[in-house]
Design a protein around this ligand. Structure first.
Ligand code: UD1
Ligand code: UDP
Length: 374
């Protein structure tokens, strides 16, 4: 009898980071592998499914406009019951720290399947930051039978929580598998009529590009206002740069960002980019300002300095390496560090080291081999 896998994800970053695992398991015919998407995100999830050519076996289609954590959590658990009863998986794979991963972990545990946590063990040790992600990740760590930790630091976090060492594997982060595959595909494909063509026509690449993203719940409101005010100030002081901001579709982000920055001349607000266009633009950028988890992991592979608009991170490795600086949502600090990167070549060069502490791009295969050997 073949071992049966069910891989569950729902948001853009989970889809990007689970795509290499889907591919690796589907290529191994000793497994029967099914994919279920909760569609906690819709458009932003579909962009990734299209790029990685993944057709889910089950699509719960749960996203609602401006959804809340209570009903989303309940909906995921309830709607997964029939899927789990139909597939009867031996192993269920969940990723990271989203509502989809934790709610799916709970449902999978109820079904009796073994729960495999991909990107396990990252910690800020503060349940309010990031909210609710730190709590989600800790909870999924309690539910999981097997823990795939990206780094030895994340493994150590799990050991300190008394997870048995034999149930932890350090794999690197699958985001690097996804990135390497993505770069290869971008470099070998002609994207007619694509976002890349649109960016090529709209942006002036003789100017430095500062790429911005942001969506964290704890930054909604005041934090986001500070970030936008900082961007206005940076733009005013540096008329020769372009600030490019693909705006997250969360109405608590999209509304204020367009209200505050919609009329600025050298701030270009665009819709979320599909993954190939985004990594293409990252490569072309001078530096990045973001509160995203995934971008903190990708940017060091591309040698791009990152200013992180958070006061704490569960990804301290790149901070220690010196490619990432935590600037929080303090307006003056964001302005000061961005201006330094724009004007101080020595500091810029020191931060744009091409080194990545998050893996070698073979994380997905390591997970497949581990499960095979059980
Ligand atoms: C979610 C995750 C967060 C992750 C982020 C990645 C939780 C609690 N939050 O936050 O950990 O870092 O995704 O982006 O799991 N929307 C759309 N279309 C989309 C996606 C979102 O319209 O394709 C809008 C909808 O109105 C939706 C809202 O954004 O209700 C919020 O989506 P949600 O997944 O709840 O929160 P995020 O802020 O995206
Ligand atoms: N990303 C993308 N298009 C965009 C912005 C980001 O494809 O317009 C990718 C980015 O390369 C990274 C992931 O989305 O892999 C990060 O997702 P997000 O910031 O939404 O979530 P987080 O990583 O913070 O959970």
């Amino acid at each position: 009898m073949k071992k049966k896998n069910l891989i569950i994800f729902g948001t853009r970053p989970e889809a990007i980071k689970m795509a290499p695992l889907v591919k690796a398991f589907k290529e191994d015919t000793t497994f029967e592998t099914y994919v279920c998407v909760t569609a906690q995100h819709r458009e932003m999830l579909d962009q990734v499914l299209e790029f990685y050519e993944i057709t889910p076996d089950f699509d719960l289609d749960l996203m609602k406009p401006n959804q809340n954590l209570y009903s989303l959590t309940a909906d995921i658990i309830t709607h997964l019951k029939p899927v789990l009863e139909e597939v009867k998986p031996d192993y269920v794979y969940v990723h990271g720290d989203t509502t989809t991963s934790t709610a799916s972990g709970i449902a999978a545990f109820y079904s009796g399947a073994k729960v495999c946590h991909v990107e396990a063990g990252l910690r800020t040790h503060n349940r309010q930051y990031p909210f609710p992600e730190e709590f989600n990740r800790q909870l999924t760590g309690k539910i999981a039978d097997y823990h795939f930790a990206p780094t030895t630091l994340s493994k150590d976090n799990l050991l300190r929580e008394n997870v048995s060492e034999k149930n932890i594997l350090v794999t690197g982060n699958t985001v690097i598998d996804a990135l390497l595959f993505g770069i290869e595909k971008v470099n070998t494909t002609t994207f007619e009529d694509s976002e890349i063509k649109m960016l090529n026509e709209t942006l002036d690449f003789s100017k430095k590009i500062v790429l911005v993203t942001g969506h964290r719940r704890e930054n909604h409101g005041e934090g986001l206002l500070n970030i936008c005010t900082a961007l206005k100030e940076i733009s005013a002081k540096n008329p020769d740069i372009q600030i490019v901001y693909p705006v997250h579709l969360n109405p608590n982000v999209k509304g204020p960002v367009h209200d505050l920055l919609g009329d600025e001349k050298n701030i270009i607000l665009i819709a979320p980019l599909a993954y190939p266009a985004f990594i293409w633009l990252m490569e072309k950028s001078h530096s990045i300002i973001t509160d995203s988890g995934g971008i903190q992991e990708e940017a060091p592979s591309l040698g791009k300095p990152v200013l992180v608009t958070r006061t704490t991170t569960e990804r301290p490795e790149a901070v220690a390496e010196g490619t990432v600086i935590l600037v929080g949502t303090n307006k003056d600090k964001i302005v000061e560090y961005t201006n330094q990167l724009l004007s101080n070549e020595q500091q810029y060069n020191a931060m744009s080291k091409l080194h990545n502490p998050y893996g070698d791009g073979k994380a997905a295969q390591k997970i497949v081999d581990y499960i095979k050997a059980l």
